[in-house]
Design a protein around this ligand. Structure first.
Ligand SMILES: Cc1cc2nc3c(=O)[nH]c(=O)nc-3n(C[C@H](O)[C@H](O)[C@H](O)COP(=O)(O)OP(=O)(O)OC[C@H]3O[C@@H](n4cnc5c(N)ncnc54)[C@H](O)[C@@H]3O)c2cc1C
Length: 296
């Protein structure tokens, strides 16, 4: 049965998909994938929908939504093992409570572990690919495979999963010994900084930073924040239909009342054009577009 992706993305935008099935474990996911493959049904995978802009006209594919209400994090031979549908923030919380270091940066990042691995989610110069040891994936044919970090070819906000469409079902992270009180304090600090700087997506529909930061000018140096360039290019007052730029962060777009995915895409195109004109840099979206977002 058709489902409206508006109900499953943090932008709260997007039309229908052919069918949507929510699963939380690998066997259930494998069964669905094998059925779809056998029937020749095209499909995509999503997690929390916090990095997606779905076309107003919807998408022709079915969607496997890999998410679970209850976090499932545990120790396995010195590694943290977590199911892909677990909220990324719950993994960060588990690590802090266990007093181990390496996952603190993920505190407060919305979405799931699986979505985070696909996009190599990160903050403060760290990313999931730095601490990931291996993953269990379902291939497009529904077969279970274990892949190492190297096989996933992590890069800035990306991995090979975005191209292969394989489904992460479980992941193992190598963390470092730490001090519980310090880790919990770090987590609180990060959460409070996020509350101060970022919109609450439950209230103001958004997908976080719309554009990727720019590559470092010197190898190994820091990336240039897209938000800073956008701010200097004067985008903060821009709006398009119901979509507007978040007042505290020029790289975040809010889908306000009545906004469509097309409004968001048009606004983003104007923001990128302003940066291109002022600085000559081409911004690349960090948000993933599903379907013909701009032309419907
Ligand atoms: C307020 C706000 C703040 C944010 N801050 C940050 C931040 O600091 N750093 C950051 O990196 N991101 C940030 N984001 C963006 C987003 O939260 C992350 O990209 C997140 O990791 C996406 O996870 P998801 O489960 O929502 O993925 P989705 O949006 O559902 O999907 C994103 C991609 O992952 C793929 N995918 C999803 N699940 C799986 C799976 N199980 N296996 C394989 N592929 C999968 C999808 O096919 C899609 O290509 C923010 C978003 C918001 C709304």
């Amino acid at each position: 049965m058709k489902a409206w992706l508006t109900d499953y993305t943090t932008f709260r935008l997007g039309g229908a998909c052919r069918e949507l099935v929510t699963v939380s474990d690998a066997p259930a996911a494998a069964e669905i994938v094998r059925n779809w493959q056998a029937a020749g049904i095209p499909w995509r995978v999503m997690g929390g929908g916090s990095n997606l802009l779905v076309a107003d006209a919807g998408i022709p594919e079915a969607v496997l939504r890999m998410i679970s209400d209850r976090p499932d994090c545990r120790w396995e031979q010195g590694l943290i093992c977590v199911t892909a549908g677990t909220a990324l923030d719950a993994l960060a919380q588990f690590a802090a409570e266990e007093g181990v270091a390496g996952l603190g940066f993920a505190s407060g990042i919305p979405g799931t572990v699986g979505g985070g691995i696909c996009g190599n989610a990160g903050a403060f110069g760290a990313a999931l690919g730095d601490v990931l040891e291996r993953v269990e994936v379902l291939t497009r044919a529904g077969e279970v495979q274990v892949m190492s970090r190297q096989q996933l070819q992590f890069g800035y906000r990306g991995s090979s999963l975005a191209d292969t469409g394989e489904v992460v079902t479980r992941a193992w992270f190598r963390v470092m010994p730490g001090d519980r009180a310090r880790r919990l304090a770090e987590r609180e600090e990060i959460l409070s900084a996020r509350r101060a700087k970022h919109p609450d997506w439950r209230v103001q529909p958004t997908a976080g930073s719309f554009f990727k930061n720019l590559p470092p000018e010197i190898a190994g140096g820091p990336r240039c924040a897209a938000g800073r360039l956008l701010e200097q290019a004067g985008v903060k007052q821009m709006r398009e239909g119901g979509a507007y730029v978040f007042e505290k962060h020029a790289n975040m777009v809010i889908a306000g009342s009545g906004a469509t995915a097309r409004d968001v895409a048009r606004l983003a195109a104007r923001m990128a054009a302003a940066v291109k004109e002022k600085f000559g840099f081409k911004l690349e979206p960090e948000v993933r577009f599903w379907g013909p977002v701009a032309n419907n």
